[in-house]
Design a protein around this ligand. Structure first.
Ligand code: RNT
Ligand code: ZN
Length: 413
């Protein structure tokens, strides 16, 4: 506490109100992806993970059933400070009484258990149709397939998911973000680039043609530059997705693993904010490729956070995490990554943004650089500790994770 008071005074000398920063952070919600808990396996098929994404590692104790995943999420949630939402994929449908439904026939009731779970924890639910890990993904294509039967199947899946997202919003009272990402693409140079994109466009139009309440469901569209085995061409490229989102009045989503390695999402956010009411982010950590490592408190995560804060955009941007590391304790992975998103936001909230902007506009790049450098050694840790204290979570979360691992995870084969 006394460390915090000292820190508060140091920030005050920078012209920053630490109390205000803490108050603001309280209101920020991060959507926590369930799929870190089981290496993106889901419960509806026995298919291997496909779509050009990959988990590596075989750390013991992954969740194998809905109950195990819920239990693990509960442990993670208890250690993650602040507001959270649950982010589900369609492949996490929970079938009861021996019933099963294929992806194109999913219904709200297949997610009733998740609604019960979220409601009991006062959370909203975000949603994702699952266009991968399924036999109807033919030749790495779904919504852009030239095979009518395949395309139709996935259009039906998209429509089914829209209804499920609306159900989540109705049940929880919190709007649901429904994110569309398709893996479709080609390993080698295609002969026809426009055909698949035209079909993707038509498929999206068909999905979005069903009535849904736009105040309750925010449809987002996620682009990608390449996937494993899909190196030469992806249908849902950045240009396609931005243009489509703009035209259809839906929300663009940027995943910071989905660009060439020197392109930075932190530099893209401001442009989207100028042209879209809302945007969405998948916060991840690409290491040399879209590797989906656990989010760290690193330069780019902080830079993304600064863009949100500087542009007063925290209420316009849907924040979600998206990574999957199977080589470490999965609960620690969830807690570490989501904490780091919040940590980066607090760091950004402790920046004298107006003063820095002024220095830039006065072309005083010297002082602008020095001030930014000085901020790096300001006592951020003490303010972060104070935030954790107020949210009633411990700074050290590994004892709780290890205790659960010893008692529960180690019993899983
Ligand atoms: C894949 C995309 C997508 C997935 C999740 C599981 O590259 O990032 O968002 O990671 O939907
Ligand atoms: Zn993503």
């Amino acid at each position: 506490m006394s460390n915090y008071i000292d820190a508060k005074n140091t920030y005050a000398a920078f012209g920053v109100d630490a109390e205000q920063a803490l108050e603001r952070l309280k209101e920020v919600c991060v959507s926590v992806h369930c799929w870190q808990g089981d290496d993106v396996t889901g419960f509806d098929t026995a298919e291997a993970l496909s779509g050009g994404i990959q988990t590596t590692g075989n750390y013991p104790g992954k969740a194998r059933t809905p109950q195990e995943l819920m239990d693990d999420l509960d442990v993670a949630f208890s250690l993650i400070p602040g507001k959270k939402k649950l982010n589900l994929h369609a492949c996490y449908a929970i079938f009861e009484n021996g019933e099963r439904a294929d992806r194109n026939a999913l219904e709200p009731r297949h997610f009733a258990k998740w609604v019960e779970f979220a409601k009991a924890r006062g959370m909203g639910i975000d949603f994702n149709p699952t266009f991968f890990s399924h036999p109807m993904v033919r030749d790495n294509l779904t919504l852009s397939s030239p095979v009518d039967e395949v395309r139709k199947f996935w259009v039906e899946h998209g429509k089914a998911c829209l209804k499920i997202a609306e159900y989540f919003a109705n049940e929880t009272g919190v709007p649901s973000v429904m994110n569309i990402w398709i893996p479709d693409g080609y390993k080698d140079l295609p002969a026809d680039r426009i055909g698949p994109r035209r079909r993707f466009k038509e498929s999206l139009d068909e999905i979005l043609s069903i009535p849904y309440d736009k105040k309750k469901v925010y449809v987002t569209l996620e682009s990608k530059v390449f996937g494993i085995g899909l190196e030469s061409y992806t249908v849902g490229s950045a240009e396609f997705c931005l243009s489509y989102a703009d035209k259809a009045g839906i929300t663009p989503l940027m995943d910071n693993g989905h660009y060439h390695p020197t392109e930075l999402v932190s530099d893209k956010i401001s442009s989207l904010l100028l042209f879209h009411e809302n945007m969405a982010l998948h916060i991840t950590r690409p290491v040399r490729w879209d590797s989906d490592h656990v989010v760290l408190f690193d330069d780019e995560t902080r830079e993304i956070a600064k863009e949100l804060v500087r542009n007063d955009a925290l209420d316009r941007v849907f924040l979600a995490t998206d990574y999957f590391d199977a080589s470490i304790n999965r609960i620690s992975a969830l807690v570490t990554g989501v904490r780091n998103v919040k940590k980066a936001l607090l760091y950004a909230l402790l920046e004298p943004a107006a003063q820095l902007k002024k220095l830039q506009d006065e072309a005083n790049y010297t002082d602008m650089m020095i001030l930014q450098e000085d901020l790096k050694t300001a006592p951020f840790g003490a303010v972060w500790e104070e935030y954790l204290r107020r949210e009633q979570v411990d700074s050290a979360y590994m004892p709780a994770v290890r205790a659960y691992e010893k008692k529960i995870l180690s019993e899983r084969a």
